[in-house]
Each structure stands twice: as structure tokens, then as C-alpha cells.
Ligand binder design. Structure first.
Ligand code: ADP
Ligand code: MG
Length: 377
């Protein structure tokens, strides 16, 4: 069936932002050094601790510096509210206008992805703030009616698990394509949200249901990718059709290599699957960044789910989370290189406008085609 989408279309690059978290109390008391500086809200400077003594890199030897420029960069003094306003708030307006948008957090375990996306009650993350902004937009519009529905899903070991359902239908969910808004998860619990609090409850409950197994790196590290999708349908004058915007927000699993975590058995299998998804994500980013015609979205569940968000009909923000610790140097460098490649990806966001009469005629045509097939048989 042809896509029933039309309206404005705008090509843009994905917006790549880097966020460096502060050193923790424990790191400070263990004399961990901060090797990351953020300048001018764009530049990230990473000092190479090398193999030499801890104080070496504090001498600011420029030959040991690595510099990266991003669309935006946030140092350890920047709170989530400021980060949200700079990176995500502009996307919310377009979701209310019927565009798709995605925000995802990438980085190694302990770098601050969950803090950025889900956050705490004192400092709520991007997921909560986005939903709050959507509801503010909905409340501010008198001449339209809006329907807001949310789903929360986990990709774990290449299985999809419904985080919005108490029985956690693990492994039985599958992905399909919607001709208008793109990929969706079949059979997932859709929560028709009337208030921000309902979504906050979903986030907190769902986050507790996430598969969090201890690894040697971080006892609370999540081995799963968590995806919150908010669909906003806007209806006004019936003859003008329905605008459907979808906002996807993703807290990815740790990007560190499995070899770093000293895992074995099940943990290693998980690592392999997580790497399969992240490897596929990396391959898609490479293909898109180089303008290749073939992009291997089908190589993993995560990339199938994110297909629209990466190269298609979407406005996208990537938040690359990094730790300032000298112990995390390799992981931080890998994340910065990864984010640097992602800067070249272009997306084309289209307004998703559904005209019910066109939809009916599409279905009538499909039925006529089926009748023809049956009579031929
Ligand atoms: P990840 O999800 O990437 O594994 P977390 O979000 O769990 O990492 O962060 C690791 C720890 O660092 C947590 O205790 C979190 O509260 C803290 N943290 C992360 N980012 C920040 C930040 N910007 N400010 C303060 N604390 C942070
Ligand atoms: Mg996490």
C-alpha cells in the first residue's frame, strides 16, 4: 500500500550532542583524574593518559590531546533541563505538527545514558521532559483534538519485551511496517495517556522491569536497549485529515566491547547480542554517513526498530554520553569517534498526513485486487 504521507519535507543532518558527566564522589576519593574538557558548547577535548604515570596528562601536553567538534557539547556543569531545551525541545513542536522525531543516548556503561534519558525524580530525564512538553503543547491548542499513546519496549538478546505490561510478553513480540508512521511493535501494550504522571508511572514501572543483571563493570548496568515511543494524533477540520507524529526515545545498552566486561556464559551471549545490535547500528551509521544505497537495517531488531529514525522520515538527535574518568579513556574515545561519524547522516522528515477518504480508497483498491486474485485462482 502506498504511504499516505505528504506535506512539507525538509532534509537535515542528524543533530549530534555530547554530554560529559561529572566525576562521582567515589571516583574523586579514588583519585580518578578527569581527562575531558568541553569548550564553547561545541568542542570536546580528550587528554590521552597513555601508559605513563597518572600526572603526565595533567601537564596539558597538546600532542596527547584529541579534539572533536559536535553540533553541541555539554560539560559536567550542565543539567538535564538545559540539555533538553537545547537538543530536544525543538523536536517536540514538530511532533505536534505530524513529524517523526528520535532522541537516542549512546555510550558505555556508567557514562550517563539512563541519567540523561530517564533521570531521577529530582532531575527528570529527556523522556519525562518530552512528554511534559507534548502535554503542554496539547493543552495550548484550542482548535484541535489530540490523542497521545505511549509504548515502552525493551530489546534484550534480540527479543522484544513489553515494558508496559505486567506479564512482560518476552520474545513474542514482532516488528511490522506501518505505511504512514513506519516500524511498530505488533501486540505491544499501548497506553492512552491523559497526563504526564501516567507516563512517569509507565517509565518508572517499565524501567524496574528492565533486564538489569550484574556485570563486573557496574552492578546496575542495563544490558538492554529501552525504547519509549509516543504517538500524537492531531485532528482538526475533518476534511484536512489527521496529522500523526511519533517521538522515539531510546536508552541504549552499554557500547563497551564484551571483552572489557570479563563476562562468560549467558552474560557473554548477551554481550554478543548487544554487540550485534550495536554493531548493526554502527554499520547503518557508516552506510548512511557515506551515502551508500544499501543500509543493513534488517541485521538486528534495534536497527529495524530505528529504521525511520536513522535515515528516513525523521528528525534525530543523538546524545553521546561520556565519562570524564581516565580509566574510561578507550571507551570515551570510541564513543567520540562513533558520534563523529554519525554527524554526516542526513534525514528527510516528512509530515505524516492521513486523509481518511484516501485511506478508504486505498483499502477498496486492496480489496478489489484480492478479489481479482481469488477469481483468477
Ligand atoms: P549508563 O546508563 O550510561 O550506564 P547511568 O546513567 O546509570 O549510566 O550513570 C552512571 C552514574 O552516574 C549514575 O549513578 C548516575 O546517577 C550518575 N550520573 C550520570 N550522569 C550524571 C550527570 N550528568 N550528573 C550527575 N550524575 C550523573
Ligand atoms: Mg543505563
Amino acid at each position: 500500500m502506498a504511504a499516505a504521507s505528504e506535506g512539507d519535507e525538509a532534509s537535515s543532518r542528524i543533530n549530534v550532542a555530547v554530554r560529559c558527566r561529572p566525576l562521582s564522589e567515589t571516583e574523586r576519593s579514588n583519585n580518578v583524574q578527569s581527562i575531558c574538557r568541553v569548550m564553547d558548547r561545541r568542542l570536546v577535548i580528550l587528554l590521552d593518559p597513555g601508559a605513563s604515570a597518572a600526572n603526565d596528562y595533567l601537564r596539558q601536553d597538546k600532542s596527547k590531546e584529541k579534539r572533536f567538534a559536535f553540533d553541541q557539547a555539554f560539560g559536567s556543569d550542565v543539567d538535564t533541563k538545559t540539555l533538553f531545551k537545547a537538543t530536544t525541545e525543538p523536536l517536540i513542536k514538530s511532533v505536534l505538527q505530524g513529524y517523526n522525531a528520535t532522541v537516542f543516548a549512546y555510550g558505555s556503561t556508567g557514562a550517563g545514558k539512563t541519567f540523561t534519558m530517564i533521570g531521577t525524580t529530582i532531575e527528570p530525564g529527556i523522556m519525562f521532559r518530552s512528554v511534559e512538553e507534548i502535554f503542554a503543547g496539547v493543552a495550548g491548542s484550542d482548535d484541535h483534538t489530540f490523542t497521545v499513546t505511549c509504548t515502552f519496549v525493551e530489546v534484550y538478546n534480540e527479543n522484544l519485551r513489553d515494558l508496559g505490561s505486567s506479564d512482560g510478553k518476552e520474545g513474542i513480540l514482532d516488528l511490522r511496517e506501518d505505511p504512514v508512521t513506519g516500524t511498530y511493535v505488533v501486540g505491544i501494550t499501548e497506553i492512552r495517556a491523559e497526563s504526564v504522571q501516567e507516563v512517569m508511572d509507565l517509565l518508572q514501572m517499565g524501567n524496574q522491569r528492565r533486564t538489569t543483571e550484574p556485570t563486573s563493570m557496574n552492578v546496575t548496568s542495563s544490558r538492554s536497549h529501552a525504547v519509549l515511543q509516543v504517538r500524537v494524533e492531531r485532528r482538526g477540520n475533518p476534511s484536512l485529515g489527521i496529522l500523526i507524529g511519533k517521538l522515539s526515545m531510546i536508552d541504549l545498552a552499554g557500547s563497551e566491547r564484551a571483552s572489557h566486561t570479563n563476562n562468560s556464559g549467558l552474560r557473554l551471549l548477551e554481550g554478543a547480542n548487544i554487540n550485534r545490535s550495536l554493531l548493526a547500528l554502527g554499520n547503518c551509521i557508516n552506510a548512511l554517513a557515506s551515502g551508500s544505497h544499501f543500509v543493513p537495517y534488517r541485521d538486528s531488531k534495534l536497527t529495524r526498530l530505528l529504521k525511520d529514525s536513522l535515515g528516513g522520515n525523521c528528525r534525530t538527535v543523538m546524545v553521546a554520553n561520556i565519562s570524564p574518568s581516565h580509566v574510561s579513556y578507550e571507551d570515551t574515545l570510541n564513543t567520540l569517534k562513533y558520534a563523529n561519524r554519525a554527524k554526516h547522516i542526513r534525514v528527510r522528515a516528512k509530515q505524516n498526513l492521513v486523509r481518511p477518504d484516501e485511506h478508504v480508497s486505498q483499502f477498496e483498491q486492496a480489496i478489489a485486487d484480492l478479489r481479482n486474485e481469488v477469481s483468477i485462482l
